[in-house]
Design a protein around this ligand. Structure first.
Ligand code: TRP
Length: 333
């Protein structure tokens, strides 16, 4: 059998995942399992770069997120699932990459400035936060990954990873690291219930494993085309977040039917939402069931993550042996 190419991606532990996470990243991660040697990890050290002053939620969020991962079909029998902070080799490579990474590369990083401006309640003028992309580069190249499935926002980080990998290979005259490619997933942006980007901090999320009555309620309250004030006003489906959801959850004929119905005012928002609710519930029911089952088997879940972490560590150690040799540090005593 030909060796499968390796992909790697990580997610910061944010707790329970929402539909934006599902359709923006996880669906794709699940699909990639069919053709790639997949490594997926909980980036808990990355969470610490912004939450160092109140890290109390990180561990609990890790397990909430892992439960959602397994519920949507990430499969520990097929993919290597692990927790970053348990593979301390990442930190060793991070330190060594720090030696060769020019400071201006980090100061130029667009997310560094943006996040500092946005998260004003946190002091992000730290060494750790500046070094975020170096840690991310270590995460990726320590597994010699070929592809990194990410959203657009992460492209500058993958680009820096490529530059760091090239610089290492060049400086120590050895092709230790493949230069990884970003695997951009063109995904429909799923708005939150208020039409803005779905985000925990906006309180406009629908969570993957939300109870049925909560989903009903959230869809019922979801924003629609703001110009369609009365039932008899024709609307524009493209202005309604409800329609963005139909595009994901409903059949082609239903999508056409609600679009036409909206434009001609032959269907009201209440009925349009009923169709959507039914379709969302059909997709999410098995995921919620799986989650309930897994919650009752936490020992098994933890064991799977431990096995994944052991497997990741073996790979990471192999790479670190190459790295030490390339630099000329000699074998550890
Ligand atoms: N920075 C990524 C995010 O916020 C998470 C991440 C950390 C990551 N290390 C990674 C993603 C390595 C891909 C590969 O989403």
């Amino acid at each position: 059998m030909v060796e499968r190419k390796r992909v790697l991606s990580g997610m910061r532990p944010t707790g329970r995942l929402h539909l934006g996470n599902l359709h923006g990243a996880l669906d794709n991660w699940v699909q990639l399992q069919r053709h790639y040697d997949c490594f997926y990890f909980v980036a808990d050290w990355h969470a610490l770069t912004t939450d160092y002053a109140s890290p109390g939620q990180i561990e609990a969020s890790t397990w909430e997120m892992v439960l959602d991962w397994l519920s949507v079909g990430l499969d520990p029998a097929r993919s290597t699932l692990f927790v970053q902070s348990s593979v301390t080799e990442h930190a060793e490579l991070y330190l060594l990459l720090g030696m060769i990474t020019p400071l201006p590369w980090l100061e130029r990083n667009p997310t560094y400035k943006e996040q500092q401006q946005q998260l004003t309640q946190k002091d992000l003028a730290t060494y750790g936060f500046l070094g975020y992309p170096v840690l991310q580069a270590a995460d990726i190249i320590i597994y010699k990954a070929h592809g990194v499935p990410v959203g657009k926002d992460q492209l500058p980080h993958v680009e820096m990873t490529r530059e760091i990998a090239r610089r290492f290979n060049f400086m120590y005259e050895k092709e230790v690291f493949p230069v990884p490619d970003p695997l951009l997933t063109e995904v429909p942006v799923l708005p939150g219930t208020d039409g803005r980007k779905m985000s925990k901090s906006y309180g406009n999320c629908i969570y993957i494993t939300e109870p049925e009555d909560v989903i009903r309620d959230k869809v019922a309250r979801m924003m629609t085309d703001p110009h369609r004030v009365r039932r008899n006003d024709p609307g524009d489906p493209e202005l309604s977040p409800v329609f963005a959801y139909h595009k994901i959850y409903s059949s082609p004929s239903e999508i056409e039917e609600v679009a036409r119905g909206c434009r001609t005012a032959s269907i009201g928002c209440v009925d349009c939402k009923k169709i959507l609710t039914r379709n969302i519930l059909r997709v999410l029911a098995p995921i919620r069931e799986k989650r309930l089952d897994l919650e009752g088997r936490m020992d098994w879940v933890r064991e799977q993550m431990r096995l994944g972490t052991d497997a990741a560590r073996r790979q990471a150690r192999e790479t670190m042996a190459d790295v030490r040799e390339a630099i000329g540090l000699g074998k550890p005593l």
